[in-house]
Design a protein around this ligand. Structure first.
Ligand SMILES: Nc1ncnc2c1ncn2[C@@H]1O[C@H](COP(=O)(O)OP(=O)(O)O)[C@@H](O)[C@H]1O
Ligand SMILES: Cc1ncsc1CCOP(=O)(O)O
Ligand SMILES: [Mg+2]
Length: 269
């Protein structure tokens, strides 16, 4: 039975972030061509270690070595798809968790079929915007390309159903992020609408989710902690920048500086 979403206590986000900084998980990113450098910088600023190993043979070898794998279908091509499948199978065989970001699923047939196949391969987590999560669960959605046209709360039942169907923790993001294992759900506030005006905030969040699913402890709260860390750093960046052009440096600095006080909601600007 589904329970109502509860907000993630700051102390749980703090614990997860401390574990991340101690263990510096190695995150294998098979992501899209638009966000490679931003994604790597976000992971590095937080204290994780990114590596983009993309050749099919090497990807399979590396995903067995890495602590977690990210699959993001934003700029999917046939060679990318082959490498992604090889990496997912190798990660599963090695017992390493992997995360799916189903960018622009729904409007395009081939990537939708591909993602429907991927979710049968036991992702540890799925992170998408509301339109992507609705579409991936087979419901109609109003996405426009990579952007959402739907509300995250309206997509929560779809996220819960997708979690029960796949066994993954599902994060559906937007003004409030919701994270669910199909029975329990967490709500994560914060962030800023300007985060939708900078490319890659969602994609980088999915990479951060991959870093957090590599940690010990409860997966639901670790994924919610990943969302909280990003929304906290984003909100603080947006409070001081003039616009999207100066967002990235401020955001990366905040990810690097993020503290217990910030995550507990103290000292907000
Ligand atoms: N309206 C909003 N208000 C506050 N934060 C938002 C809003 N929309 C998105 N975000 C934040 O922006 C980041 C990217 O989420 P989202 O835009 O849903 O993903 P995507 O970029 O994949 O479409 C998340 O951290 C999310 O919490
Ligand atoms: C613009 C674009 N086109 C293909 S992938 C991509 C990046 C999408 O990034 P995000 O989902 O984080 O907004
Ligand atoms: Mg996205």
């Amino acid at each position: 039975m589904n329970t109502r979403p509860t907000f993630l206590p700051g102390s749980l986000a703090v614990t997860s972030l401390q574990q991340l900084r101690l263990s510096a998980p190695l995150v294998h990113c098979l992501t899209n061509d638009v966000v490679q450098s931003f994604t790597a910088n976000v992971l590095l600023a937080l204290g994780a270690s990114p590596a983009m190993v993309v050749d099919s043979g090497e990807a399979a070898q590396f995903s067995a070595i890495a602590d977690a794998l990210l699959i993001n279908v934003g700029t999917l091509t046939r060679p990318h798809a082959d490498a992604m499948l090889a990496a997912v199978h190798a990660a599963n065989q090695a017992g390493k968790p992997w995360v799916l970001d189903p960018v622009a699923v729904g409007g395009l047939s081939w990537r939708t079929e591909f993602c429907l196949k991927l979710i049968t391969l036991k992702p540890a987590a799925i992170r998408g915007n509301a339109s992507e999560i609705l579409a991936l669960s087979g419901l109609s959605a109003s996405g426009r390309g990579v952007d959402s046209g739907d509300d995250s709360l309206a997509a929560l039942p779809a996220a819960q159903q997708l979690a029960r169907q796949t066994g993954a923790v599902v994060a559906v993001t937007g003004e409030t992020d919701y994270v669910t294992d199909g029975e329990r759900s967490r709500a994560v506030a914060g962030g800023h609408p300007m985060m939708t005006r900078v490319v890659g905030t969602g994609c980088a969040l999915s990479a951060v989710v991959a870093a957090f699913v590599a940690l010990p402890g409860g997966r639901l709260d670790n994924v919610a902690a990943a969302c909280r860390v990003m929304s906290c750093a984003g909100e603080r960046a947006c409070a001081v920048v003039k616009g999207p052009g100066s967002f990235t440096p401020e955001f990366l600095d905040n990810l690097y500086l993020i503290s217990e006080e910030w995550l507990n909601g103290e000292g907000m600007l």
